[in-house]
Design a protein around this ligand. Structure first.
Ligand SMILES: [Zn+2]
Length: 335
């Protein structure tokens, strides 16, 4: 090799090699630094009905905008909407807080920008506050919402707060029927484990015996997941596109929290397509213990009367021309 060729090779190595190292490092970044689920917590809250909350809850829980409800195709008005837009749902949280509070398991991601939801007929932008679940002691029941007469073994609630509110308390105490937006998914039992849920179930299994250790923080650095795993979306190319494609149909109605104090401030979105989950994975939920060491089971509220509330069903398959004729047929429901 002559001197000129050696010099050009040297220049190439000096200039290109650092970039190869840098890109290689960035590519492997998620592997080198997995998200830490570093707060697995057990604690128990006093049952709300035993305190002064009872006076407040009586006011709301007997109201006319209560949840859950039976979502019936026959009663729903068919509507079209703009697609959902999900932001930061596919960002890896730097930490995930999970807790068994004796009534359910609650999950809160910690990331610089929280996941947000807009579009899909919602009024404005909503920021994710927490995620929790309701389940049954067997697969014949467990979901809060009943879809066309069918109960499901598990239901997930992704609770969002409208960003027009300063804080969660302000949103709860408002008289705004869309101060919160809960995105609800039901699950159906499948013959094999849902791989997207493996990491979550792994962490969940560590919160089972909380009855013995009321306040315990456990560390688990092996598990990691972005919120897209909970949505059962494994493609990260464009989260909003994937979401709208995977879940084209949902019900929408104005309702309430399904636990005390039943505040009537929730715009509910209940996705009709169930997420698959195996019986083995469902059994981890059913093993979770409350303060006295008994399994937390059937932690769902029975369906409430829909009354004269409007139930809407949105579908990606709707023909907009048909929708226009529908609006003329029933002017009460144009809003
Ligand atoms: Zn709930």
């Amino acid at each position: 090799m002559n001197l000129a060729r050696f010099q050009s090779l040297l220049v190439c190595v000096v200039h290109v090699f650092p970039f190869i190292v840098l890109f290689g490092f960035m590519w492997n970044l998620p592997v080198l630094f997995p998200v830490r689920i570093d707060e697995l917590k057990c604690y128990y809250v006093e049952h709300p009905r035993s305190s002064h909350v009872e006076n407040i809850s009586r006011v709301f829980c007997d109201g006319h905008y209560q949840s859950p409800v039976n979502l019936s195709r026959n009663k729903a008005k068919i509507r079209s909407s703009s697609p959902f837009k999900l932001n930061n749902y596919d960002t890896c949280p730097f930490a995930i807080h999970m807790e068994n509070n004796g009534h359910t398991v609650m999950l809160k991601p910690r990331q610089p920008k929280m996941p947000t939801l807009e579009g899909g007929g919602l009024k404005g932008e909503y920021s994710l506050v927490q995620v929790h679940w309701h389940w049954g002691s067997d697969s014949s029941r467990g979901s809060e919402h009943i879809i066309d007469g069918r109960s499901y073994p598990l239901e997930m609630h992704l609770v969002h707060m409208a960003t027009r509110y300063e804080n969660f308390t302000d949103a709860l105490q408002s008289t705004d029927h869309s101060a919160l937006a809960v995105l609800a998914f039901v699950y159906e039992a499948s013959s094999k484990d849902n791989e997207s849920y493996e990491c979550f179930i792994c962490s969940l299994s560590q919160l089972v015996d909380c009855g013995k250790n009321k306040t315990e923080t456990r560390e688990d650095s092996n598990c990691s997941f972005p919120m897209t795993n909970l949505l059962n979306l494994r493609e990260f190319a464009e989260i909003s596109t994937e979401f709208n494609k995977a879940y084209p149909e949902f019900y929408r109605y104005e309702g309430s929290l399904t636990t005390d104090t039943c505040n009537e401030v929730v715009s509910w979105t209940v996705v009709t397509k169930p997420i698959p989950i195996s019986e083995n994975q469902l059994n981890i939920f059913r093993k979770l213990q409350n303060e006295s060491g008994s399994p937390i089971s059937d932690n769902f509220r029975p369906v409430q009367n829909l009354g004269d509330r409007i139930l809407r069903r949105y579908s990606a398959n709707n023909d907009s021309r048909w929708i226009l004729s529908c609006k003329r047929a029933d002017r009460r429901d144009i809003a």
